[in-house]
Design a protein around this ligand. Structure first.
Ligand code: F6P
Length: 415
């Protein structure tokens, strides 16, 4: 590669998104790329020519090691969708002007299905205008809903956090032998795909009873059936723990979290901002039964918990970044790195590249055969799929008793 590179992070962060950044930077350093730029807040920042010189932060392997252990998007993220090319050529011309100004030969974007649209649009525009720059997608999303790839970096670490938290919550919930049980409802992210909530099923084992009910957005949520099940369980047990996806919907298509919400916010990708499903259901149960209830929203914690990240996930996140840079160096463009699982037991993966047009904007749901018939549990097929992904851990580097992170310190970058 003769020119420079730029890498951006987009969409919701994950516990390992910086490991992918570390992968891109490591390969670029190996290739002797002279300038490695980061986009400050994704393509939105890039459009303002807001770039970070990575050499200020990554000087040696020890910086790479801290970056791999740093949660959230080191470069800053954004939720910004490029407009359609027709009628908006000035936006694209601006991007290519900035690419040319900094002699950037390859652009890497670490993100989910909406973010892969950026790679699709930029590679399409380059083809249309005969531009030489290359564009590669690096998969990332806790939602695990990108098609083609077996799973997405970020997912396994969020699942490890979710299943660990559920084991802890279930133990706590069981600790009082009260006459009346406590009903705890735990809300898990994932918007329209139930992959993350399915991860709650991993809590069950020799030392944990697991969740009593698990609800994914892939099946319509029946409020009457839910209330009847909770009442029955509360007679049979002194502890009831239920996992719900933030995106569960009733039969008429409304999200449970919007049934009572006066205002539902919409983000820049056009998605409704979720949250409040567990609170809504816990209140309903309390009103109908008089039982003690708790609502727990795992919210940001489940995607920011790098201290509990899966080593398998960290390594795969690094590899997809590293291989994207290698593929761009080999002349590839308009593609994304995918993870192919060759064997689940023993676990063995390989990597491929795939046309971005089959990936951008496509949401892959949890397969129907992995959701129980009555829509309240998870089948063994999922457990076999997910179990190897959460294996291993990487010890944080502790300073003053807390994990150390890499941060943007330069005054120009930090604001
Ligand atoms: O797309 C990843 C994700 O974490 C979803 O699971 C969740 O619905 C959404 O982002 C939350 O978005 P925000 O960070 O804007 O609250």
């Amino acid at each position: 590669m003769n020119g420079n590179i730029v890498v951006g992070q987009s969409g919701g962060p994950t516990a390992v998104i910086n490991s992918s950044l570390a992968g891109v930077v490591s390969k670029a350093r190996e290739l002797g790329v002279s300038k490695i730029y980061g986009m400050h807040h994704g393509i939105e920042g890039f459009l303002k020519d807001d770039l970070i010189d990575m050499s200020k932060y990554i000087k040696d392997d020890s910086d790479i090691e801290i970056l791999k252990r740093t949660p959230s998007a080191f470069l800053g993220s954004c939720r910004y969708k490029l407009p359609k090319i027709e009628g908006n050529e000035e936006v694209y011309d601006k991007i290519f002007e900035i690419l040319e100004k900094h002699d950037i030969e390859c652009l890497f974007y670490i993100g989910g299905n909406d973010s892969m649209d950026t790679i699709k649009m930029l590679s399409d525009y380059a083809k249309l205008k005969n531009k030489p720059q290359r564009f590669m997608g690096v998969p990332k999303t806790i939602d695990n809903d990108l098609p083609i790839t077996d799973h997405c970096p970020g997912y396994a670490s969020a699942v490890k956090y979710i299943a660990t938290s559920l084991k802890e919550v279930i133990r706590d919930n069981e600790s009082f032998g009260a006459e009346k049980p406590t009903v705890t409802i735990v809300e898990i992210m994932g918007r329209n795909a139930g992959w993350l909530t399915a991860g709650a099923a991993l809590a069950k084992g020799d030392d944990c009873h697991g969740c009593d009910l698990i609800y994914l957005p892939e099946k319509p949520f029946d409020m009457d059936d839910f209330m009847a099940r909770v009442k029955k369980l509360s007679v049979e047990k002194h502890s009831v723990v239920i996992a719900v996806s933030e995106g569960i919907k009733v039969a008429d298509g409304r999200y449970v979290c919007e049934i009572d919400a006066a205002n539902v916010r919409i983000d820049a990708f056009g998605h409704k901002q979720m949250g409040g499903t567990a609170s809504y259901l816990a209140q309903k149960v309390a009103d109908a039964t008089g039982l003690k209830t708790r609502a727990i929203e795992l919210s940001t914690l489940q995607r920011a918990g790098t201290h509990l990240a899966s080593l398998t996930d960290i390594n795969e996140a690094f590899s997809v970044g590293y291989l994207a840079c290698q593929a761009a160096n080999d002349g590839k463009t308009g593609e994304m790195i995918t993870i192919d699982v060759k064997s689940r037991n023993p676990y063995e993966v390989g990597y491929s590249i795939h046309d971005i047009h089959d990936i951008a904007n496509v949401e892959r749901p949890v397969p129907a055969e992995w959701i129980s018939e009555d829509g309240t549990g998870i089948e063994e097929g999922y457990i076999q799929y997910a179990r190897p992904l959460i294996l291993g851990q990487l010890e944080p580097l502790y300073v003053n008793g807390l994990p150390k992170h890499l941060v943007l310190t330069d005054e120009d970058d930090a604001n």
